[in-house]
Write a protein that binds this ligand. Structure first.
Ligand code: AMP
Length: 422
Protein backbone atom coordinates (compact mmCIF):
# COMPACT_ATOMS: atom_id res chain seq x y z
CA UNK A 1 0.00 0.00 0.00
CA UNK A 2 1.36 3.43 -0.94
CA UNK A 3 1.79 5.55 2.14
CA UNK A 4 -0.06 8.81 2.55
CA UNK A 5 0.22 11.26 5.44
CA UNK A 6 -3.00 9.93 6.95
CA UNK A 7 -1.79 6.37 7.28
CA UNK A 8 1.52 7.69 8.58
CA UNK A 9 -0.70 8.97 11.44
CA UNK A 10 -0.21 12.64 10.68
CA UNK A 11 -3.10 14.64 12.05
CA UNK A 12 -5.67 16.42 9.87
CA UNK A 13 -4.68 20.03 10.58
CA UNK A 14 -1.06 19.29 9.61
CA UNK A 15 -2.15 17.48 6.45
CA UNK A 16 -4.23 20.54 5.53
CA UNK A 17 -1.29 22.84 6.26
CA UNK A 18 0.87 20.76 3.92
CA UNK A 19 -1.78 20.93 1.20
CA UNK A 20 -1.54 24.73 1.34
CA UNK A 21 2.12 24.29 0.34
CA UNK A 22 1.18 21.87 -2.44
CA UNK A 23 2.53 18.89 -0.48
CA UNK A 24 0.16 15.93 -0.76
CA UNK A 25 2.19 12.73 -0.82
CA UNK A 26 5.04 11.82 1.57
CA UNK A 27 8.50 11.44 0.06
CA UNK A 28 10.30 8.13 0.48
CA UNK A 29 12.30 9.24 3.54
CA UNK A 30 9.15 10.66 5.15
CA UNK A 31 7.34 7.36 4.54
CA UNK A 32 10.15 5.44 6.21
CA UNK A 33 10.76 7.62 9.26
CA UNK A 34 7.65 9.48 10.46
CA UNK A 35 5.99 6.55 12.23
CA UNK A 36 9.19 5.59 14.06
CA UNK A 37 9.69 9.15 15.23
CA UNK A 38 6.10 9.31 16.44
CA UNK A 39 6.81 6.16 18.45
CA UNK A 40 9.70 7.97 20.18
CA UNK A 41 12.38 5.81 18.58
CA UNK A 42 15.90 7.13 18.12
CA UNK A 43 16.67 7.25 14.42
CA UNK A 44 19.33 7.81 11.80
CA UNK A 45 17.94 8.78 8.37
CA UNK A 46 19.89 9.03 5.16
CA UNK A 47 18.37 10.06 1.85
CA UNK A 48 19.54 12.04 -1.15
CA UNK A 49 19.70 15.82 -1.15
CA UNK A 50 16.41 17.69 -1.62
CA UNK A 51 14.27 14.68 -0.65
CA UNK A 52 12.30 16.24 2.20
CA UNK A 53 14.32 15.36 5.31
CA UNK A 54 13.32 18.54 7.15
CA UNK A 55 9.62 17.70 7.14
CA UNK A 56 10.48 14.05 7.84
CA UNK A 57 11.52 15.09 11.34
CA UNK A 58 9.39 18.24 11.77
CA UNK A 59 5.98 16.67 11.12
CA UNK A 60 6.17 14.07 13.92
CA UNK A 61 7.91 16.60 16.20
CA UNK A 62 5.01 19.02 15.72
CA UNK A 63 2.62 16.33 16.73
CA UNK A 64 4.59 15.33 19.81
CA UNK A 65 5.01 18.85 21.22
CA UNK A 66 2.80 19.59 24.19
CA UNK A 67 1.51 23.01 23.11
CA UNK A 68 0.09 23.83 26.53
CA UNK A 69 3.51 23.58 28.14
CA UNK A 70 5.54 26.73 27.55
CA UNK A 71 8.94 25.08 27.76
CA UNK A 72 11.91 24.17 25.57
CA UNK A 73 10.96 20.76 24.21
CA UNK A 74 13.10 20.36 21.09
CA UNK A 75 16.64 21.34 20.09
CA UNK A 76 17.61 21.22 16.42
CA UNK A 77 21.35 21.56 15.85
CA UNK A 78 22.51 22.80 12.43
CA UNK A 79 26.06 23.39 11.13
CA UNK A 80 25.33 26.90 9.81
CA UNK A 81 23.36 29.97 10.72
CA UNK A 82 21.76 29.97 7.26
CA UNK A 83 20.37 26.46 7.70
CA UNK A 84 19.04 27.36 11.16
CA UNK A 85 17.17 30.34 9.69
CA UNK A 86 15.77 28.15 6.93
CA UNK A 87 14.48 25.49 9.35
CA UNK A 88 13.01 28.25 11.52
CA UNK A 89 11.06 29.56 8.50
CA UNK A 90 9.69 26.09 7.74
CA UNK A 91 8.54 25.76 11.37
CA UNK A 92 6.98 29.21 11.35
CA UNK A 93 4.99 28.51 8.21
CA UNK A 94 3.83 25.10 9.36
CA UNK A 95 2.84 26.50 12.73
CA UNK A 96 0.74 29.26 11.17
CA UNK A 97 -0.84 27.06 8.49
CA UNK A 98 -1.72 24.31 10.98
CA UNK A 99 -2.85 26.88 13.58
CA UNK A 100 -0.84 25.01 16.20
CA UNK A 101 0.95 28.01 17.66
CA UNK A 102 4.25 26.19 18.00
CA UNK A 103 7.00 28.65 18.81
CA UNK A 104 10.65 28.57 17.80
CA UNK A 105 13.76 30.71 17.81
CA UNK A 106 17.22 30.61 16.25
CA UNK A 107 20.25 30.71 18.53
CA UNK A 108 23.51 31.32 16.72
CA UNK A 109 27.03 32.36 17.62
CA UNK A 110 28.76 35.71 16.98
CA UNK A 111 25.65 37.80 17.55
CA UNK A 112 24.40 39.70 20.58
CA UNK A 113 23.78 37.18 23.36
CA UNK A 114 21.65 39.62 25.38
CA UNK A 115 19.00 39.79 22.69
CA UNK A 116 18.95 35.99 22.49
CA UNK A 117 18.56 35.77 26.26
CA UNK A 118 15.58 38.12 26.08
CA UNK A 119 13.95 35.97 23.39
CA UNK A 120 14.52 32.84 25.46
CA UNK A 121 12.48 34.25 28.36
CA UNK A 122 9.39 33.39 26.31
CA UNK A 123 10.37 29.68 26.48
CA UNK A 124 9.93 28.66 22.85
CA UNK A 125 9.01 25.06 22.07
CA UNK A 126 11.80 24.60 19.52
CA UNK A 127 15.34 25.99 19.59
CA UNK A 128 17.35 25.84 16.41
CA UNK A 129 20.99 26.73 16.00
CA UNK A 130 24.65 26.14 16.53
CA UNK A 131 25.94 23.87 19.28
CA UNK A 132 28.43 26.34 20.80
CA UNK A 133 25.98 29.11 21.59
CA UNK A 134 23.21 26.71 22.64
CA UNK A 135 25.61 25.02 25.06
CA UNK A 136 26.61 28.38 26.47
CA UNK A 137 22.97 29.30 27.08
CA UNK A 138 22.20 25.93 28.63
CA UNK A 139 25.08 26.49 31.06
CA UNK A 140 23.70 29.95 31.82
CA UNK A 141 20.34 28.27 32.47
CA UNK A 142 18.63 30.33 29.77
CA UNK A 143 17.72 27.16 27.89
CA UNK A 144 16.29 24.40 30.08
CA UNK A 145 17.88 21.20 28.82
CA UNK A 146 15.97 18.96 31.26
CA UNK A 147 12.63 19.69 29.53
CA UNK A 148 14.01 18.81 26.09
CA UNK A 149 12.38 15.65 24.72
CA UNK A 150 13.91 15.54 21.26
CA UNK A 151 17.27 16.53 19.80
CA UNK A 152 17.78 16.62 16.04
CA UNK A 153 21.20 16.65 14.40
CA UNK A 154 20.43 18.12 10.99
CA UNK A 155 23.47 17.34 8.79
CA UNK A 156 24.60 14.88 11.43
CA UNK A 157 27.87 13.86 9.75
CA UNK A 158 28.99 17.50 9.72
CA UNK A 159 27.92 17.98 13.34
CA UNK A 160 29.85 14.88 14.34
CA UNK A 161 33.03 15.60 12.38
CA UNK A 162 36.29 16.38 14.16
CA UNK A 163 35.58 20.12 14.36
CA UNK A 164 32.08 19.87 15.78
CA UNK A 165 31.63 16.54 17.53
CA UNK A 166 32.84 17.65 20.94
CA UNK A 167 30.34 20.46 21.27
CA UNK A 168 27.51 18.44 19.68
CA UNK A 169 28.02 15.62 22.17
CA UNK A 170 28.27 18.13 25.02
CA UNK A 171 24.83 19.55 24.13
CA UNK A 172 23.34 16.06 23.99
CA UNK A 173 24.87 15.24 27.39
CA UNK A 174 23.01 18.13 29.06
CA UNK A 175 19.64 16.52 28.28
CA UNK A 176 17.97 13.63 30.09
CA UNK A 177 18.87 10.08 29.12
CA UNK A 178 15.42 9.19 27.81
CA UNK A 179 15.25 12.04 25.30
CA UNK A 180 14.84 11.10 21.68
CA UNK A 181 17.81 11.54 19.34
CA UNK A 182 17.34 11.99 15.58
CA UNK A 183 20.15 12.22 13.02
CA UNK A 184 19.63 13.18 9.37
CA UNK A 185 21.95 13.70 6.40
CA UNK A 186 22.38 12.83 2.74
CA UNK A 187 25.71 11.31 3.74
CA UNK A 188 25.59 9.21 6.88
CA UNK A 189 29.18 8.26 7.63
CA UNK A 190 30.73 5.40 9.61
CA UNK A 191 31.34 7.90 12.46
CA UNK A 192 27.61 8.66 12.61
CA UNK A 193 26.74 4.95 12.75
CA UNK A 194 29.34 4.41 15.48
CA UNK A 195 27.93 7.36 17.41
CA UNK A 196 24.39 5.98 16.98
CA UNK A 197 25.55 2.62 18.27
CA UNK A 198 27.06 4.21 21.39
CA UNK A 199 24.43 6.85 22.15
CA UNK A 200 21.08 5.54 20.96
CA UNK A 201 18.73 3.03 22.45
CA UNK A 202 17.07 0.62 19.98
CA UNK A 203 17.88 2.91 17.10
CA UNK A 204 16.22 2.67 13.70
CA UNK A 205 18.65 3.12 10.82
CA UNK A 206 17.10 4.19 7.52
CA UNK A 207 19.88 3.93 4.97
CA UNK A 208 19.38 2.62 1.46
CA UNK A 209 22.84 1.56 0.52
CA UNK A 210 26.40 1.35 1.76
CA UNK A 211 27.33 4.44 -0.22
CA UNK A 212 25.20 7.59 -0.11
CA UNK A 213 22.79 7.98 -3.01
CA UNK A 214 23.21 10.78 -5.51
CA UNK A 215 20.05 12.66 -6.45
CA UNK A 216 18.99 11.28 -9.85
CA UNK A 217 17.50 14.60 -10.93
CA UNK A 218 20.98 16.08 -11.19
CA UNK A 219 23.08 15.84 -14.35
CA UNK A 220 26.85 16.08 -13.87
CA UNK A 221 29.56 17.30 -16.22
CA UNK A 222 33.08 18.72 -16.10
CA UNK A 223 35.18 21.14 -18.17
CA UNK A 224 38.95 21.22 -18.51
CA UNK A 225 41.09 24.37 -18.41
CA UNK A 226 44.30 25.82 -16.95
CA UNK A 227 44.13 26.90 -13.33
CA UNK A 228 44.56 30.56 -14.22
CA UNK A 229 41.64 30.42 -16.67
CA UNK A 230 39.08 29.07 -14.23
CA UNK A 231 37.24 32.36 -13.68
CA UNK A 232 37.13 32.98 -17.43
CA UNK A 233 35.71 29.47 -17.87
CA UNK A 234 33.02 30.21 -15.27
CA UNK A 235 32.04 33.33 -17.19
CA UNK A 236 31.83 31.38 -20.45
CA UNK A 237 29.82 28.66 -18.74
CA UNK A 238 27.36 31.16 -17.31
CA UNK A 239 26.94 32.63 -20.81
CA UNK A 240 26.35 29.18 -22.31
CA UNK A 241 24.22 27.65 -19.55
CA UNK A 242 22.17 30.77 -18.77
CA UNK A 243 21.39 29.61 -15.22
CA UNK A 244 18.28 30.98 -13.57
CA UNK A 245 20.20 30.77 -10.30
CA UNK A 246 23.64 29.22 -9.72
CA UNK A 247 25.98 28.75 -6.79
CA UNK A 248 29.68 28.88 -7.64
CA UNK A 249 31.64 26.96 -4.98
CA UNK A 250 35.23 27.79 -4.07
CA UNK A 251 37.38 25.93 -1.54
CA UNK A 252 39.33 28.89 -0.19
CA UNK A 253 37.11 31.47 1.54
CA UNK A 254 39.71 34.17 0.85
CA UNK A 255 39.13 33.85 -2.91
CA UNK A 256 35.36 34.25 -2.73
CA UNK A 257 35.29 38.03 -2.84
CA UNK A 258 38.01 38.34 -5.50
CA UNK A 259 36.19 36.02 -7.87
CA UNK A 260 32.85 37.70 -7.19
CA UNK A 261 34.39 41.07 -8.09
CA UNK A 262 35.80 39.65 -11.32
CA UNK A 263 32.40 38.27 -12.31
CA UNK A 264 30.68 41.52 -11.41
CA UNK A 265 33.23 43.49 -13.43
CA UNK A 266 32.11 41.52 -16.47
CA UNK A 267 28.49 42.39 -15.88
CA UNK A 268 27.27 39.29 -14.03
CA UNK A 269 24.78 39.71 -11.18
CA UNK A 270 26.95 38.06 -8.53
CA UNK A 271 26.91 38.13 -4.71
CA UNK A 272 29.36 36.51 -2.33
CA UNK A 273 29.10 34.60 0.94
CA UNK A 274 31.64 32.91 3.18
CA UNK A 275 32.12 32.05 6.84
CA UNK A 276 34.44 34.99 7.50
CA UNK A 277 31.80 37.59 6.54
CA UNK A 278 29.75 39.46 9.10
CA UNK A 279 26.38 37.83 9.80
CA UNK A 280 24.61 40.91 8.42
CA UNK A 281 26.57 40.72 5.16
CA UNK A 282 25.83 36.98 4.87
CA UNK A 283 22.14 37.68 5.30
CA UNK A 284 22.24 40.47 2.69
CA UNK A 285 23.88 38.15 0.12
CA UNK A 286 21.42 35.32 0.83
CA UNK A 287 18.44 37.67 0.58
CA UNK A 288 19.70 39.13 -2.70
CA UNK A 289 20.16 35.66 -4.13
CA UNK A 290 16.79 34.41 -2.90
CA UNK A 291 14.83 37.40 -4.22
CA UNK A 292 16.65 37.44 -7.56
CA UNK A 293 18.66 40.67 -7.24
CA UNK A 294 21.66 38.48 -7.95
CA UNK A 295 21.52 35.14 -9.76
CA UNK A 296 25.08 33.97 -9.08
CA UNK A 297 26.13 33.27 -5.49
CA UNK A 298 29.87 32.76 -5.10
CA UNK A 299 30.28 30.75 -1.93
CA UNK A 300 32.56 28.75 0.31
CA UNK A 301 31.20 25.44 1.62
CA UNK A 302 29.06 27.49 4.00
CA UNK A 303 26.02 27.01 1.74
CA UNK A 304 26.84 23.42 0.72
CA UNK A 305 24.66 21.88 3.42
CA UNK A 306 20.88 21.72 3.58
CA UNK A 307 20.17 25.06 1.93
CA UNK A 308 16.91 24.84 -0.01
CA UNK A 309 16.52 27.83 -2.34
CA UNK A 310 13.83 27.70 -4.97
CA UNK A 311 15.02 27.98 -8.56
CA UNK A 312 18.70 26.99 -8.28
CA UNK A 313 19.31 25.38 -11.66
CA UNK A 314 23.10 25.03 -11.64
CA UNK A 315 26.02 24.39 -9.33
CA UNK A 316 29.50 25.28 -10.54
CA UNK A 317 32.57 23.99 -8.70
CA UNK A 318 35.56 26.23 -9.40
CA UNK A 319 37.50 23.72 -7.30
CA UNK A 320 36.51 20.17 -6.51
CA UNK A 321 35.70 19.93 -2.79
CA UNK A 322 38.41 18.50 -0.52
CA UNK A 323 35.96 16.05 1.02
CA UNK A 324 34.27 13.76 -1.53
CA UNK A 325 30.97 13.76 0.40
CA UNK A 326 30.80 17.52 -0.06
CA UNK A 327 30.54 16.93 -3.81
CA UNK A 328 27.08 15.42 -3.21
CA UNK A 329 26.08 18.18 -0.79
CA UNK A 330 27.20 20.98 -3.12
CA UNK A 331 25.48 19.40 -6.15
CA UNK A 332 22.41 18.86 -4.01
CA UNK A 333 21.68 22.58 -3.81
CA UNK A 334 20.04 22.16 -7.24
CA UNK A 335 17.53 19.50 -8.27
CA UNK A 336 15.44 20.01 -5.11
CA UNK A 337 12.23 18.01 -4.82
CA UNK A 338 11.13 17.05 -8.33
CA UNK A 339 13.18 19.77 -10.07
CA UNK A 340 16.11 19.04 -12.35
CA UNK A 341 19.59 20.47 -11.87
CA UNK A 342 23.04 20.52 -13.44
CA UNK A 343 26.27 20.22 -11.47
CA UNK A 344 29.34 21.48 -13.32
CA UNK A 345 32.97 21.17 -12.25
CA UNK A 346 35.81 23.20 -13.72
CA UNK A 347 38.92 21.05 -13.48
CA UNK A 348 42.58 21.09 -14.43
CA UNK A 349 44.42 18.14 -15.94
CA UNK A 350 45.67 16.95 -12.52
CA UNK A 351 42.13 16.92 -11.12
CA UNK A 352 40.94 14.39 -13.73
CA UNK A 353 41.58 11.33 -11.50
CA UNK A 354 39.44 12.94 -8.77
CA UNK A 355 36.51 12.99 -11.18
CA UNK A 356 36.95 9.26 -11.79
CA UNK A 357 37.00 8.70 -8.02
CA UNK A 358 33.73 10.62 -7.59
CA UNK A 359 32.14 8.69 -10.45
CA UNK A 360 33.09 5.37 -8.89
CA UNK A 361 32.17 6.33 -5.35
CA UNK A 362 28.69 7.69 -6.07
CA UNK A 363 27.97 5.58 -9.17
CA UNK A 364 27.40 8.66 -11.30
CA UNK A 365 28.70 9.79 -14.66
CA UNK A 366 30.57 13.11 -14.89
CA UNK A 367 31.41 13.35 -18.60
CA UNK A 368 34.07 15.73 -19.88
CA UNK A 369 32.47 18.42 -22.05
CA UNK A 370 33.75 21.38 -24.01
CA UNK A 371 32.50 24.77 -25.04
CA UNK A 372 32.42 25.02 -28.84
CA UNK A 373 31.17 28.34 -30.23
CA UNK A 374 29.13 28.81 -27.06
CA UNK A 375 27.62 25.32 -27.27
CA UNK A 376 28.20 22.62 -24.67
CA UNK A 377 29.39 19.53 -26.49
CA UNK A 378 31.16 16.26 -25.93
CA UNK A 379 33.96 15.06 -28.16
CA UNK A 380 31.66 13.30 -30.62
CA UNK A 381 29.29 16.26 -30.90
CA UNK A 382 32.24 18.58 -31.48
CA UNK A 383 33.44 16.41 -34.40
CA UNK A 384 29.92 16.42 -35.88
CA UNK A 385 29.66 20.18 -35.55
CA UNK A 386 33.05 20.64 -37.19
CA UNK A 387 31.99 18.49 -40.15
CA UNK A 388 28.67 20.32 -40.39
CA UNK A 389 30.43 23.68 -40.38
CA UNK A 390 32.76 22.50 -43.16
CA UNK A 391 29.79 21.30 -45.24
CA UNK A 392 27.77 24.43 -44.70
CA UNK A 393 30.81 26.60 -45.48
CA UNK A 394 31.23 24.61 -48.70
CA UNK A 395 27.50 24.98 -49.34
CA UNK A 396 27.82 28.72 -48.90
CA UNK A 397 30.76 28.82 -51.27
CA UNK A 398 28.84 26.78 -53.89
CA UNK A 399 25.89 29.13 -53.58
CA UNK A 400 28.13 32.13 -54.09
CA UNK A 401 29.69 30.49 -57.17
CA UNK A 402 26.22 29.74 -58.62
CA UNK A 403 25.10 33.27 -57.99
CA UNK A 404 28.15 34.72 -59.71
CA UNK A 405 27.66 32.37 -62.67
CA UNK A 406 23.94 33.25 -62.97
CA UNK A 407 24.70 36.93 -62.82
CA UNK A 408 27.32 36.58 -65.50
CA UNK A 409 24.84 34.75 -67.73
CA UNK A 410 22.13 37.27 -67.00
CA UNK A 411 24.33 40.12 -68.12
CA UNK A 412 25.57 38.43 -71.25
CA UNK A 413 24.19 39.42 -74.70
CA UNK A 414 23.59 35.72 -75.39
CA UNK A 415 21.07 35.61 -72.50
CA UNK A 416 19.03 38.58 -73.84
CA UNK A 417 19.09 37.21 -77.37
CA UNK A 418 17.59 33.91 -76.19
CA UNK A 419 14.99 35.74 -74.09
CA UNK A 420 13.81 37.82 -77.09
CA UNK A 421 13.52 34.78 -79.32
CA UNK A 422 11.28 32.97 -76.82
P1 AMP B 1 14.49 19.25 2.23
O1 AMP B 1 15.23 18.08 1.68
O2 AMP B 1 13.88 18.99 3.55
O3 AMP B 1 15.31 20.52 2.21
O4 AMP B 1 13.25 19.51 1.24
C1 AMP B 1 13.44 19.81 -0.12
C2 AMP B 1 12.20 20.43 -0.72
O5 AMP B 1 11.17 19.45 -0.85
C3 AMP B 1 11.60 21.56 0.12
O6 AMP B 1 11.39 22.67 -0.71
C4 AMP B 1 10.30 21.00 0.66
O7 AMP B 1 9.29 21.98 0.78
C5 AMP B 1 9.92 19.98 -0.38
N1 AMP B 1 9.14 18.84 0.16
C6 AMP B 1 9.29 18.25 1.36
N2 AMP B 1 8.42 17.22 1.49
C7 AMP B 1 7.72 17.15 0.35
C8 AMP B 1 6.68 16.29 -0.14
N3 AMP B 1 6.20 15.30 0.59
N4 AMP B 1 6.18 16.53 -1.37
C9 AMP B 1 6.67 17.53 -2.15
N5 AMP B 1 7.66 18.38 -1.75
C10 AMP B 1 8.19 18.18 -0.52
Amino acid sequence: MEKDFKNLKIQENIINALKLQGIKVPTSIQGKTIEHILENKDLVGESETGSGKTLAYLLPIFQKIDIDKKENQVIILTPTHELAVQVHKVIDKLSKDSKMNITSTTIIGNVNIKRQTEKLKEKQHIIIGSGGRILELIKKRKISAHTVKTIVLDECDKLLDENNSQVTKAVIKTTLRDRQLLCFSATVTEEVLKFADESMKESVIVKEDKVPMANKNIEHMCFLCDKRDKTLMVRKLVAALKPKKAIVFINNSNDVEVITDKLKYHGLKAASISGGDFKSSRKKSMDEFINGKSNILVSSDLTARGIDIRGITHIINIDLPENEMDYLHRSGRCGRGKNKGVSVSVITEIEKPLITKLENKFKISIPLKELYFGNIVNDEEKKQMKTYNKVSKKGKKDKQENYKENKKQHNSSEYWKNKKNK
